[in-house]
Design a protein around this ligand. Structure first.
Ligand code: 5AD
Length: 336
């Protein structure tokens, strides 16, 4: 039997969890073989074209208390901002000019930006591109307004599948978050989800359960990000999440979700230079370029104050180094 045959997982066989636990911890040659299998699956399912997204972090106000994130309201050291629609539109126009087809609007969970977001979505959509949101938990009505304004997709990571861990670290209920994910799907937006690897109390068994929860959600986008300790948060003294386990989780996600968009997140690069290239080599097919103006970007420290900021240049070089092409076939040389 092919050791990377995930049929028992996809069929939710009794052995599913132990199969995933074994594969999440592979190293050496076996890890390389897992990555090669993930790349095969990506190619065979026509998912090799790398999607480049342009993210704008439109507000760093947040209602949530996630212990890993410096946007939490308890962090009084952070200067807060909320962009005007005109500012976001100027940035979005620049993103479109660079040939990027997805504008990604990200913020803390900030109800006061809901109205502005609707206006921004409508105006960005006039440029004929995709709008992706990552704005946290909202009412069903607010998700409907976003959808009606033209939003194509929404990322709401479950962060961890453990109800106990979620409650302890995020301070609210996982079921509420999963309800939101269901609303997003039911409204017809594409759903992105994912986990953080390296949270306190997390075991390999929990990470295997994360992948099984993703299997239930059948997301269009799936991400695994290593934990980054963030200054001025309760978890500031914890170590980095394990990059190799994260890469294995990316590879398993690719095999489980052959056509999904799977990012190689900037947190990989922050912990290990070349980490995003390793993510691509493990089966990822998305890179997100940051377009938040520097003065605001410095106050948006979800991945620590000196986070790795992905430029278009870095993204294109990573794509080329992985032997892949950007979606739409725009090569590095064409842009330079
Ligand atoms: N380390 C890793 N991922 C983080 N996120 C936020 N803070 C951290 C951190 N310190 C991720 C969460 C959230 C997304 C916007 O960023 O998964 O959903």
């Amino acid at each position: 039997m092919n050791v990377f045959d995930l049929a028992p997982v996809l069929q939710r066989d009794q052995s599913a969890k132990s199969v995933l636990m074994d594969l999440l911890t592979v190293s050496g040659d076996k890890q390389q073989a897992l990555f090669a299998k993930a790349r095969d699956v990506r190619r065979e399912h026509g998912s090799d074209a790398v999607k480049v997204r342009g993210v704008v972090e439109i507000s760093n106000h947040c209602q949530k208390h996630c212990e890993y994130c410096a946007l939490r309201p308890q962090n009084k050291k952070m200067a807060r901002y909320r962009m005007t629609p005109d500012t976001v539109l100027d940035i979005a126009e620049h993103i479109v000019e660079l040939g990027i087809k997805t504008v990604f609007l990200q913020a803390g969970q900030d109800p006061k930006s809901d109205d502005a977001v609707c206006e921004i979505i409508q105006r960005v959509k006039r440029q004929g591109i995709e709008v992706l949101l990552n704005l946290g938990e909202k009412s069903q009505e607010t998700y409907r307004r976003y959808r009606d304004a033209g939003a194509d997709s929404y990322i709401l990571k479950f962060e961890t599948s453990s109800r106990e861990m979620y409650q302890r670290i995020v301070g609210s209920s996982l079921d509420k978050r999963l309800q939101c994910a269901q609303w997003i799907k039911d409204l017809g937006m594409k759903l992105g989800t994912g986990n953080i690897i390296g949270l306190p109390g997390q075991t390999i068994e929990v990470l295997a359960e994360d992948l099984l929860l993703a299997l239930d959600l059948q997301p269009n986008f799936m991400s695994s990000s290593p934990f980054i300790p963030n200054e001025d948060t309760p978890l500031e003294n914890l170590g980095f999440g394990d990059v190799d386990v994260t890469l294995n989780s990316i590879a398993l996600s690719r095999i489980m979700f052959p056509t999904a968009l799977i990012p190689a997140v900037s947190a990989l690069e922050k912990i290990r230079p070349g980490g995003q290239l390793q993510g691509m080599n493990a089966g990822a097919n998305v890179l997100t370029v940051n377009f938040t103006p520097k003065e605001m970007r410095d106050s948006y420290s979800i991945y620590s104050k000196d986070r790795f900021v992905v430029s278009l240049d870095h993204a294109l070089r990573t794509i080329a180094a992985a032997g892949l092409e950007r979606e739409g076939g725009v090569s590095v040389t064409q842009l330079n």
